[in-house]
Design a protein around this ligand. Structure first.
Ligand code: PA5
Length: 425
């Protein structure tokens, strides 16, 4: 069972620093009362799809025990645990696996490698995946709230066939796990008919707000991640000071939305890249509707400063920047060697701080609004805190902008176009 002690993380807090200009900050101040009302409304949970609010405090212990027990069973049965899903059904687990420091809160011994499928329709990707996993023991986890999304459905068909050929019908079925709605959808019907071990994604929690449910926690627990620490971190983000910080960020983002069209989420550590992809879904799908919202874009630092950096400095000023910086990196390397000169003895973390400060200075000079998000470390606890902090920020910003943060009509439109094409229309 996963039960790590992360008490040393319990006082750590995300910190936000604004370099956005006085006009933005005073506009944000005028929104504070409205933001407080929106967050209070979220906590009343009387609007649709707010089941994720305060979820970490309400997660039933028996459901968590079931996840942990099943995760141990999966770990004992396979080398590859294939998680099939798209959007909110896979990005959260992927983000956590990249973000969380293996030494701090991951019990890796004897745990399977989690691999992902069903988030694209590339034959090359899936053929390579099959080549990688086919000679080893495999279990599948199909995650779909609706139960009918094309990309995961096609991957599920493909991988079920592989499983049946490898293990025979009965054992193949026993190696399939599912997360879906409690009652509705094709996947729930199939799980009942075939006896898959199936977990519930509560009907009032949408895909992109589901990482703290079995959607994220089952794959993470199977990989050996301390999911109790993730939930503890999420609970900490409901504390007054962090909640106040989320409200303020929602106000500043709402004020910035009036001036800018793009928000660049800049990550300074590859461990934050998949988390950034999760943020892009959260903000893009929740806020981009009715002609509102800013386009969220992911930027890898230093990599993209050598390409997009030219545009940031000198191009059309349509964007603001959110800098995602891990304050206490897990590992470090000191520079040495005979020719190290002035760099001798200095660590990568110092150079990474230099690129943060150098970039901020250069961009301040051309009046780019900057929001710094200091992430304490790469622990499971910090991950949970970040997730709930940004979920609240996003929902509050959407409500302040006057959009419904919990639907995704634009996504449905492309799905219909694809199905029409396949039907020859
Ligand atoms: O946030 C959402 O609801 C969506 O992005 C879904 O997660 C995504 O479309 C996948 O849908 P489903 O889980 O129904 O297959």
């Amino acid at each position: 069972m996963n039960n790590f002690d992360n008490l040393d993380n319990r006082n750590k807090r995300i910190e936000i620093v604004y370099e956005t200009g006085e006009d933005v900050l005073s506009e944000a101040e005028t929104l504070e009362a409205a933001a407080a009302e929106k967050v209070a409304a979220l906590y009343r949970r009387d609007m649709p799809f707010t089941g994720w609010v305060d979820w970490a405090n309400r997660f039933p212990e028996d459901a968590l025990e079931d996840i942990l027990k099943t995760a141990d069973e999966i770990a004992a049965r396979c080398k590859y645990f294939v998680v099939i899903g798209i959007g909110g059904s896979y990005l959260g687990a992927k983000a956590a696996l990249s973000f969380i420091d293996r030494a701090d809160s991951v019990r890796a011994d004897g745990r399977p490698e989690v691999v992902f499928a069903g988030f694209n329709l590339s034959g090359t990707y899936h053929a390579n995946l099959i080549d990688k996993i086919k000679d080893e023991d495999i279990c599948l986890l199909i995650i779909s709230k609706s139960g009918g999304t094309l990309e995961p459905s096609v991957a599920f068909l493909t991988l079920k066939k592989l499983l049946t050929e490898k293990y025979g019908h009965a054992e193949a079925l026993s190696r399939i796990y599912a997360v879906t709605d409690a009652e509705s959808g094709k996947l729930r019907t199939e799980a009942q008919a075939n006896g898959y071990k199936a977990f519930v994604l509560p009907s009032d929690i949408g895909g992109r707000f589901s990482v703290l449910t079995p959607v994220g926690l089952l794959p993470l627990a199977a990989a050996g991640v301390d999911v109790r620490a993730i939930l503890a971190g999420a609970r900490s983000a409901g504390a007054d000071d962090i909640l106040a910080s989320a409200k303020r960020l929602a106000c500043v983002r709402t004020a910035l939305e009036k001036q800018k069209s793009v928000e660049t989420f800049c990550f300074f550590d590859p461990s934050v890249e998949d988390f950034t992809a999760w943020l892009l879904q959260l903000f893009g799908e929740s806020e981009g509707k009715g002609g509102r919202g800013v386009l969220p874009v992911g930027v890898g630092v230093s990599r993209d400063l050598h390409s997009l950096g030219q545009f940031f400095q000198d191009g059309k000023q349509i964007f603001y920047e959110t800098l995602l910086f891990v304050t206490e990196p897990t590992r470090d390397v000191k520079i040495g060697g005979e020719d190290a000169g002035d760099y001798a003895g200095r660590a990568y973390s110092e150079f990474n701080r230099a690129v943060l400060e150098g970039m901020a200075k250069a961009h301040r000079a051309v009046s780019v609004p900057i929001i710094r998000v200091y992430i304490p470390d790469n622990s499971a606890y910090s991950f949970g805190q970040l997730v709930y902090f940004f979920e609240l920020t996003c929902a509050a910003t959407g409500l302040l902008m006057g959009v419904n943060p919990f639907d995704q009509p634009g996504v449905e439109a492309y799905k219909k176009g694809m199905l029409d094409y396949l039907a020859g229309q």
